[in-house]
Design a binder for this molecule. Structure first.
Ligand SMILES: Cc1cc2nc3c(=O)[nH]c(=O)nc-3n(C[C@H](O)[C@H](O)[C@H](O)COP(=O)(O)OP(=O)(O)OC[C@H]3O[C@@H](n4cnc5c(N)ncnc54)[C@H](O)[C@@H]3O)c2cc1C
Length: 429
């Protein structure tokens, strides 16, 4: 149990994961969140333009995401992730008109590459050997220095996989992070690659159950409580200044700062962290997918790379979408819809649509940005960092965010086991 109160700043998944781990050990936990809602970059909301509840962005998880699955198990919502009980990914190439299903076998010996209708059409088993080069991590460099970033295997498998996971054009992306993805997923076999989607929304799978769990376990969550400044004395954070009050930290109190990189760098002088980001654009179309339309469809040579089919809409994702940030929404919606119309085989007028542009969706997973990610400890003995941008060894993902929160919580607990005591006092100026 933590010896004092643990103040967690930010109720995104990193902050919620830290809070869940800490209440599990019986500590006093207070979460402070700037917004009126929790979830940060992983949230659901009602969109009046569509009259539907949507997610800020389509999120894909894989069965390899052990930390995320264990978080859901703890908060009681593992059943909210749905997907096939095998690694099957439908793809369509809009230029050639081909469609196929990538179907790695469950075990770690990849015999699927020898089976024509399980591998990518137009590739030979030998082509896949090139991926082995990625399994040996060396000094970090861009992916194009390690594997050939051209050809059919790249366009139809490596690029879609790494673009989705890294949110950065793969040829310039960190080979270390690409290696981490490959080792955690395909290299472990199909059983690590079952696709999982929060079909009733991210809020009902991750956020609402986490908030209920925290409430049941005595944690307090303060919304619209923006941390503005951390007062420092010597090697300790001394007080937390919020918009209209401040909290003095007693000797046993700790702080987990689980805010985005840019905010953390403003709050902690001298903190190093990624300073370049990449956008994600999501387009939501209010149309029921036709019967048999895949739940998840990878698109090659289209405007978007992935389509997610929900009962009441089809949603498209464009990763590393900075080139579209200034594009008019209508123009973007029409381009994406024209691809969808081809796929669903209908010349149909565009249904009601909504575009969500997340400018700073994740840090740019470039070697130089990856090198700037700080670990969870800071120079302050009672201040820890969490967030998908910290040095988790993973790209900026749900899994990374949840791991970072767990790590920060375990450091707080390890320190308190060494015997500090005390309680925080709250004062209003
Ligand atoms: C469109 C999109 C699609 C994505 N797709 C996927 C996917 O398919 N699979 C996947 O695994 N991941 C995906 N991700 C990444 C995933 O959403 C993030 O990695 C994860 O949500 C980050 O969580 P976090 O807690 O680190 O940060 P955040 O979610 O950014 O949480 C930080 C919290 O801190 C709060 N805050 C900020 N400043 C202050 C302050 N001063 N005081 C108090 N609170 C503050 C914020 O309001 C926020 O709630 C996607 C992200 C986006 C944006």
């Amino acid at each position: 149990m933590a010896s004092g109160t643990v103040h967690i700043i930010g109720a995104g998944l990193a902050g919620l994961s830290a809070a869940v781990s800490l209440v599990d050990s019986g500590g006093d936990v207070v979460v402070h969140e700037l917004a009126r809602h929790a979830g940060g970059r992983c949230r659901s909301y009602f969109e009046p333009a569509l009259g539907l509840n949507i997610d800020n962005g389509n999120h894909l998880l894989l069965s390899a995401n052990d930390a995320a699955l264990s978080f859901l198990e703890t908060i009681g919502s593992k059943g909210k992730l749905a997907g096939p009980n095998e690694a099957k990914f439908a793809f369509a190439d809009l230029t050639s008109g081909e469609s196929w299903t990538l179907h790695p076998n469950e075990g770690p010996i990849p015999w699927w590459i020898f089976v024509k209708d399980r591998r990518v059409p137009g590739t030979r088993p030998l082509d896949y050997l090139s991926m082995l080069r990625l399994l040996k991590p060396g000094a970090d460099e861009s992916l194009d220095k390690i594997i050939d970033c051209s050809g059919i295997l790249y366009e139809r498998l490596s690029r879609p996989l790494f673009l989705a996971a890294l949110n950065t054009e793969p040829r310039e992306a960190s080979a270390l992070l690409a290696s981490a993805i490959l080792r955690k997923t395909l290299a472990r076999g199909g059983r690590a690659c079952h696709p999982l989607i929060a079909s009733e929304g991210l809020g009902s799978a991750f956020i609402d159950p986490a908030l209920s769990y925290l409430d049941r376990n005595g944690a307090k969550v303060c919304f619209m409580h923006q941390l503005r400044r951390i007062e420092i004395a010597g090697d300790r954070a001394q007080s937390l200044d919020f918009s209209d009050d401040s909290i003095e930290l007693a000797p046993g109190d700790d702080v987990v700062l689980a805010v985005p990189a840019a905010v953390a760098r403003l709050l902690v002088p001298g903190l190093q962290g990624p300073g370049r980001f990449r956008a994600i654009v999501n387009a939501h179309f209010k149309v029921a997918p036709p019967d048999g339309f895949p739940r998840l469809l990878g698109i090659v040579n289209g405007t978007a790379e992935w389509l997610f089919a929900y009962p009441d809409r089809i949603s498209a994702t464009i990763s590393a979408a900075d080139r579209f940030i200034e594009t008019a929404r209508e123009e973007l919606a029409e381009a994406i819809w024209s691809d969808i119309a081809k796929l669903i085989g209908a010349e149909r007028a565009m249904p009601p649509w909504h575009i969500v542009k997340e400018r700073r969706a994740t840090f740019a997973a470039l070697p130089e940005e990856n090198a700037k990610r700080p670990g969870p400890k800071t120079r302050l003995s009672n201040l820890y960092l969490a967030g998908d941008w910290t040095a988790t060894g993973l790209p900026a993902t749900i899994e990374g965010a949840i791991c970072s929160g767990k790590t920060a919580a375990s450091l707080v607990l390890a320190k308190s086991r060494q015997g500090l005591n005390g309680k925080g006092r709250r004062r209003t100026p």
